[in-house]
Design a protein around this ligand. Structure first.
Ligand code: GGG
Length: 326
């Protein structure tokens, strides 16, 4: 069986780490058909549109997508691409790895981020020279769908609880609805919930990340708090993610375009390669996914390492070292 994979490198270091992940997938004995498509700032500068219709259509019809990074046009690129795969959850593991200098080496978290609404629903209005507004969308249906996924997710990991992060004491209607829906689904499924206000969560996770395991968040909170967790484990170059929908999924490193290092061939490919490992698992190639994950872990422990981890290796050298270990 051939897997149809869309490849959308996007901008900045997405152009460097996505080919690295692709090289790793190509080194495996699995039948893939890779189709590359453009999106992002550079395409917009050339053509006037950040997300060509053919890119959207390719992502919407492929078995899975490997995405790189979105820059200034993130709202025009990554949000519609998540919609193209009907992705209702962004799974973001944040783990510390042996050999990597981490602020909190005991960190082992998975963020389950609501992926369709909240303040990222795109309803922004400029009302005057002085005033802009944003409509935050929260539905019972999206919150419940996320919670159902979370219940299955913790069950698969042999757990019986997850944390729900919100700010329902201030955003009573929207975060209140989110919290109530998530807790209701968890209660019905016999899953315990630990409610944490999102500002308090930011402090608690820094002081002792072992208090948490699976963390269910509204959209913006999930984006911000998972980046915060990246800071605890050694940086954004280490966090992969999966945007999961009912029939397809899109995999991307959590990091953005990193304009400060883009074009130099020194970006850490670990997050993109770990995203490819998640893609393998999603497609049913659990053994190969685990092998890629282990190869990345070995390289993180033994080197070579890129500059963000204190080394001086290039993206290509780290990628070759991962492939060597497969
Ligand atoms: N590969 C992740 C990426 O491109 N991040 C840039 C960004 O702004 N993302 C917004 C989001 O993840 O919602």
């Amino acid at each position: 069986m051939t897997h149809d994979i869309a490849v959308v490198p996007g901008d900045g270091i997405g152009q460097e780490v996505t080919p690295a992940a692709l090289e790793v997938l190509e080194a495996l004995d699995i039948d893939f058909l890779f189709r590359e498509a453009a999106a992002g700032d550079a395409v917009k500068a050339e053509t006037g549109e950040a997300l060509p219709q053919e890119t959207y259509d390719l992502v919407a019809s492929s078995d899975a997508t490997l995405f790189g990074a979105a820059g200034e046009t993130a709202a025009d690129v990554i949000l519609p691409l998540r919609e193209a795969v009907d992705s209702f959850v962004n799974v973001r593991p944040a783990r510390a790895y042996p050999g990597v200098d981490a602020v909190r080496p005991e960190t082992d978290l998975v963020f389950l981020r609501e992926n369709t609404e909240g303040v990222y629903s795109g309803h922004e209005t400029r009302l005057s020279d002085d005033l802009s507004t944003l409509t935050r969308v929260v539905t019972d249906s999206a919150s419940r769908r996320l919670a159902e996924f979370a219940c299955e997710f913790v069950d698969d990991r042999g757990l019986d609880e997850f944390a729900v992060v919100h700010k329902a004491n201030v955003m009573r209607e929207t975060d209140g609805r989110f919290r109530d829906a998530v807790v209701d689904v968890a209660d019905a499924g016999g899953v315990e919930t630990q409610e944490v206000l999102m500002d308090a969560f930011a402090t608690h996770v820094c002081l002792d990340p072992t208090q948490f395991d699976v963390v269910v968040c509204p959209n913006l909170a999930g984006d911000v708090l998972s980046d915060l967790a990246a800071g605890l484990v050694g940086g954004l170059g280490l966090l992969p993610s999966a945007n999961v929908g009912p029939d397809r999924a899109l995999f991307e490193p959590v990091h953005g375009t990193a304009p400060d290092i883009a074009g130099q061939g020194v970006a850490n490919p670990a997050a993109a390669i770990l995203s490819a490992a998640m893609l393998l698992e999603y497609l049913g190639h659990e053994d190969e996914g685990a092998a890629v994950q282990e190869a990345v872990e070995d390289v993180l422990e033994e080197g070579p390492r890129t500059g963000d981890l204190g080394g001086d290796a290039s993206t290509d050298e780290v990628t070759a070292a991962v492939i060597d270990r497969l």
